[in-house]
Design a protein around this ligand. Structure first.
Ligand code: ZN
Length: 200
């Protein structure tokens, strides 16, 4: 069992806590709240949602002093999140997934769930209304971390567009467009050279 510093709510290699010089360390117990992450305020809000959704209890502390957060606003603060020792590996896995940008946290999942379809980068897709577009890349929204497809119109002004990835890969809305000729909003085109995108 690792040692635990009650002052810092942190696991310590021992025998002295390097942060507070506490020498009264003890063996950690399953319910001891331990530091899982220290993150900027906005990210902490998202991480807390993930913990709530997964039933991980947590407690938090602002790690910048109250004076600084009053001066700059709470959005500039950093937050320490603590979870019970026995939930720590789980919480850290969420934290790592969150910061490596993998799919654990997609804030708008409810609105734009991502269908189980592969997105082909550099590939030409046909919109259900007929226009051809090339998928240039996938970008991430800086505030919500939601993924957006970046795609170029292959006719007219050849402008660049973005759309939430979940929406890009979603089926055609059959109630709105009962006569649509394809199943999905955008479908990959096998032979784009054989198409006639102009004038769509
Ligand atoms: Zn300490």
């Amino acid at each position: 069992m690792p040692l635990y510093c009650e002052n810092c709510m942190k696991l310590v290699d021992g025998p002295i806590c390097p942060a507070c010089r506490n020498r009264k360390l003890r063996e950690v117990e399953p319910g001891d709240f331990c530091l899982a992450a220290e993150v900027p305020y906005m990210q902490a809000e998202m991480l807390k949602d993930v913990f709530r959704d997964n039933g991980i209890p947590f407690t938090e502390r602002l790690s910048l002093g109250a004076a600084i957060t009053v001066e700059l606003g709470v959005n500039f603060g950093r937050v320490k999140l603590f979870v019970p020792y026995d939930r720590l590996p789980e919480a850290k896995a969420f934290y790592e997934a969150f910061f490596s940008g993998s799919a654990v946290l997609i804030p708008d999942e409810g609105e734009n769930p991502i269908p189980d379809r592969e997105l082909l980068l550099g590939h030409v897709y046909r919109h259900f209304k007929g226009g051809l577009y090339r998928v240039e890349d996938v970008a991430k929204h800086s505030e919500t971390l939601e993924e957006y497809v970046v795609y170029r119109k292959l006719y007219g002004d050849r402008s660049l567009w973005i759309r939430p990835k979940g929406m890009f890969l979603s089926p055609v809305d059959r109630e709105k467009y009962p006569d649509a000729m394809q199943e999905f909003r955008f479908e990959p085109v096998d032979d784009p050279d054989g198409e006639t995108p102009e004038g769509v």
